[in-house]
Design a protein around this ligand. Structure first.
Ligand code: NI
Length: 176
């Protein structure tokens, strides 16, 4: 499989709405997911959506352990999530820093629902149905936004909390 080039903000493919997957466990789907895993691992990302490598389908992957890019974040189990549906569990939102492999070198504070239920399928077509909060909920919202053509800067409310990582967090070793 392969490490793919990640499209950057400004590419119109990142603004398209992705199509649902209709058949699971196909060679094409399995190859796509392997490419996404390889690409996310190579770039040390917390998540990746298929549109970021130019594939307009409703597939996201996410998960991480200890990660320098998000030193305060809790562990999130590695997950392949297909055709996701998100349901906030309350109206409560909170702002926190996000980055994106399609927006390298920048960070912004983004409001997200603090807790939500997400439903969908894994790559074999098994149902996924979880209730999560905190950073896990944030990552899911960020990745699923990609399937709607939404990049996190489009959700930043206060551009005083948006800038270059190296300036915002000079003490951290952050590669993008
Ligand atoms: Ni992203």
């Amino acid at each position: 499989m392969a490490i793919k080039q990640v499209l950057k903000m400004g590419d119109p493919l990142l603004l398209e709405v992705a199509n649902p997957i209709e058949r699971f466990n196909t060679p094409e789907l399995n190859a796509l997911i392997q490419d996404m895993k390889d690409t996310m691992a190579a770039l040390d990302g917390a998540g990746l959506a298929a549109p970021q490598i130019g594939v307009g389908q409703q597939v996201v992957i996410f998960g991480f352990k200890e990660n320098q890019r998000y030193p305060d974040a809790n562990e999130v189990p590695f997950t392949v999530l297909i055709n996701p549906q998100l349901t906030p569990l309350s109206d409560e939102m909170e702002e926190d820093w996000e980055g994106c492999l399609s927006v390298p070198g920048l960070r912004g504070k983004v409001p997200r629902y603090t807790s939500l239920r997400y439903q969908g399928f894994d790559q074999h077509g098994n149902t996924i149905d979880r209730q999560v909060d905190g950073f896990h909920a944030r990552v899911v919202q960020h990745e699923c936004d990609h399937l709607q053509g939404i990049l996190y800067p489009m959700r930043v409310r206060d551009f005083r909390s948006f800038g270059y990582t190296e300036v915002l967090f000079p003490a951290c070793v952050l590669e993008d």
